[in-house]
Design a protein around this ligand. Structure first.
Ligand code: ADP
Ligand code: MG
Length: 696
């Protein structure tokens, strides 16, 4: 481990604020340190001895290399300074009364950060539960129970959650290397620990419970380096934040905070768990089982129903049911009775004994098409679960493929626990969870093998784009519409021919220069959704252009008498029959920076909410993956006999937009809706954006 390794491997720990007062944090800390391999030094000027250990008056006299601070908030800064002066580089501040308390506490937290900088300290907390490191028997927390040893390192933004997890883990086959309660993250945050554990020999898997990420882009940069070697799984609470409500664009509404996390975690190669159960299911399987080399799963069961459930679950994961080769089928036919099913899922039927079960599992694990397996058994009179567990563990080790089990039942299933736990094989009652765990391994394989191309750079006219934004600033406009189409032209995004005009006569002149019927739209910063007020006329013949102009203006006036009307856009009509209306947009997240959104577009876009979000700027391959990332993706690849759209052109547009939003921090939100995707390319038909004039 890098710089943080001494934090988790101290030789002498000072507990500042140690006391014998029953029920106090100071006492719990000293008691929990009873198993520590090194020395424990209570610090308290009022006692000579605490819990049988000789106490010192100040942390400066402790000779410690880690100080755990549990004194009242007002005394913390003095203690930390004294520790810094004494050359103690690692400090865990358990005490509350900092940023979380506001006012004076917030000021105190700033001072703590300054001290950490002055003395170059590793500070955990404040307002945290503490840290654990099992290799040295360190439990520097006030949790009632320490962690069982293992290879999972765990960080949590909630101290209470740490206590609960430690208590629960002991009985659930999850063992920990290091645990850290982040508290207020004043100095050390999730990125620091992910980086440190990425370099740590003893850590096989990093799991995290996060409520926020301090610096999203840094987290992405750090985690990207770690995740190809060490899987990182995170549960992020606060999925349904209502923060998107104030947004004025479709993209703003749909690419809210949670989508930003989704995009950031994806880019970082972090596996996101939906629930705490998923988080630890993932931790167990990633710590205990190898990563499969292929997606093919073999299912072996002695019961039909659970086998079907497992098969269904395979369809929900990035897995497929393996198709066995002829040798495997022969072997199975040889060993299984009449009535058994030798095809996947293999049903050895209800009267199977241990021998038959073992033979079947052995045969499927030997098959080249099998990347992983799930063994399912309902309790029967002929099958001994304890022996089955030993067999499965043995076969798993010999074949080296990941295996999960579903030995169903209560008391009888527990007989299998020891052998399975020792082999790191997760056992679940629910076949879907056993398969889900194999799915996690497959997802991790994708992350590990993922190519990480750099963002694609396109040839663009940056100055022309800047001019459009400058003009808006000069006019004091923050909301722009189709009048800003030259912005897209500057970035090489195809738009239909068209112009914004201020009189019916000019409208007619523009229409005459366009082949066929035209489209006319009201242009006003006060009208967000033009078609809602009848402000879009599609298919206007030349002879009606003059009247259409006046009608559009009248509608706008009628809708809002004082609306600023910039004019009417006369636009080439795009043939929609062979096209799909998509949306391409950008947004800006306070943590993760510029984002790109793609989805099914048109007027029902927010109803459908079928979108993919990524961090900008994009590599073209990532842009292409966005097209596959939406449910409606078959529409783009030519569903129901339609001609497929030009996917590369869509991806290129996303890439160019991602470059635009990266180049101009002034662009807060931007929607191209619709971006019409057709077999012969794309057309950006509508545009809306919000700009921050101070950021140009
Ligand atoms: P708004 O989103 O403000 O209502 P749009 O410019 O997106 O206005 O137009 C609404 C709808 O009208 C589009 O979703 C599309 O179906 C249709 N439309 C707009 N412009 C064109 C065009 N140039 N050619 C064909 N159809 C168009
Ligand atoms: Mg639109």
């Amino acid at each position: 481990m890098g710089e943080l390794s001494p934090l988790f491997a101290p030789e002498r720990v000072a507990v500042v604020g140690a006391t014998e007062r029953p029920g106090s944090v100071g006492r719990a800390l000293v008691e929990n340190l009873a198993d520590f391999d090194g020395d424990v030094v209570p610090v308290n000027p009022n006692y000579d001895e605490v819990c049988g250990l000789p106490a010192v008056d100040g942390v400066g006299e402790s000779g410690a290399d880690l100080a755990v601070v549990a004194v009242p908030a007002a005394a913390v800064l003095d203690v930390v300074r004294e520790a810094g002066e004494a050359g103690i580089r690692n400090v865990v501040v358990v005490s509350a009364g900092f940023g979380e308390a506001g006012g004076e506490g917030a000021a105190r937290e700033r001072d703590l950060v300054a001290l950490a900088e002055e003395y170059d300290l590793n500070v955990v907390g404040p307002n945290c539960l503490g840290i654990v490191s099992t290799p040295v028997g360190l439990n520097a927390t006030f949790a009632p129970r320490s962690a069982p040893a293992g290879s999972v390192s765990f960080l949590s933004q909630s101290g209470a959650f740490v206590t609960a997890v430690l208590d629960w883990a002991a009985d659930h086959g999850v063992g920990f290397k290091d645990v850290v309660s982040l508290g207020n993250k004043a100095v050390l945050d999730e990125s620091d620990f992910v980086a440190a554990w990425g370099d740590d020999e003893g850590t096989d898997v990093v799991v995290g419970y996060l409520e926020s990420v301090e610096d999203g882009r840094r987290f992405v940069d750090v985690a990207r380096e770690v995740t190809p070697e060490t899987p990182v799984v995170v549960v992020k609470s606060g999925r349904t934040e209502a923060g998107a409500q104030a947004a004025s664009s479709h993209t703003g509404a749909m690419a809210g905070r949670d989508r930003a996390y989704e995009a950031g975690l994806r880019e970082a190669g972090v596996i996101r768990a939906d629930t705490v159960q998923d988080l630890f299911d993932a931790a167990r399987v990633l710590a205990g089982q190898p990563v499969p080399e292929s997606d093919g799963v073999a299912v072996v069961t002695n019961a039909g129903g659970p086998g079907v459930m497992a098969t269904d679950a395979v369809g929900e994961e990035p897995l497929s049911l393996a198709e066995f080769g002829p040798d495997t089928l022969d072997r199975l036919r040889d060993r299984l009775p009449e009535g058994a099913n030798v095809y996947n899922p293999v049903d050895v039927i209800g009267d199977a004994d241990n021998e038959r079960m073992r033979a079947a599992v052995d045969a499927v694990l030997a098959d080249d098409a099998v990347g992983s397996a799930v063994v399912i058994a309902a309790p029967t009179a002929t099958l001994d679960f304890a022996d089955l567990a030993v067999d499965v563990a043995d076969l798993q080790a010999r074949h080296g493929l990941p295996v999960t089990t579903c030995l169903m039942g209560g008391e009888r299933a527990r007989a299998a626990d020891d052998a399975l736990d020792a082999a790191g094989i997760p056992n679940y009652f629910d076949p879907a969870r056993a398969v889900g765990s194999l799915g996690t391994l497959a997802r991790y394989r994708e992350i590990r093998e993922r190519e990480r191309p750099s963002p694609t750079t396109y040839d663009v006219d940056r100055e022309a784009a800047r001019a459009v934004l400058e003009r808006a600033r000069e006019r004091g406009r923050t909301r722009l519409g189709v009048e800003a189409m030259p912005l897209l032209d500057a970035y090489g995004i195809p738009t239909p021919a068209g112009e914004v005009v201020e009189s019916p006569v000019d409208a007619l002149e523009v229409a005459e220069g366009i082949d066929g019927d035209v489209v006319m739209k009201i242009v006003s910063p006060d009208i967000l959704h033009k078609s809602d007020i009848g402000g879009v006329k599609v298919g206007v013949p030349q002879e009606e252009v003059y009247d259409a102009f006046e009608d559009l203006v009248a509608r706008a006036r009628n809708y809002q008498p004082d609306a600023t009307i910039l004019g009417v856009q006369v636009q080439e009509r795009v043939e929609m029959e062979s096209g799909v209306e998509t949306i391409a947009g950008t947004n800006r997240d306070p943590q993760f920076g510029p984002l790109v959104l793609f989805g099914l577009g048109g007027v029902f876009v927010e109803v459908m909410e079928d979108t993919a979000v990524r961090l900008a700027p994009l590599a073209e391959s990532e842009a292409l993956s966005m097209l596959d990332g939406i449910k409606a993706s078959p529409l783009l690849s030519g569903a129901r006999g339609r001609e497929p759209v030009d996917r590369a052109a869509v991806a290129e547009t996303l890439g160019r937009l991602s470059q635009l939003v990266t180049d101009f921090p002034a662009i807060l939100e931007l929607d191209v809706n619709p971006l019409v995707a057709r077999p012969d390319g794309v057309r950006a038909v509508d545009l809306r954006l919000t700009v921050d004039p101070d950021n140009l």
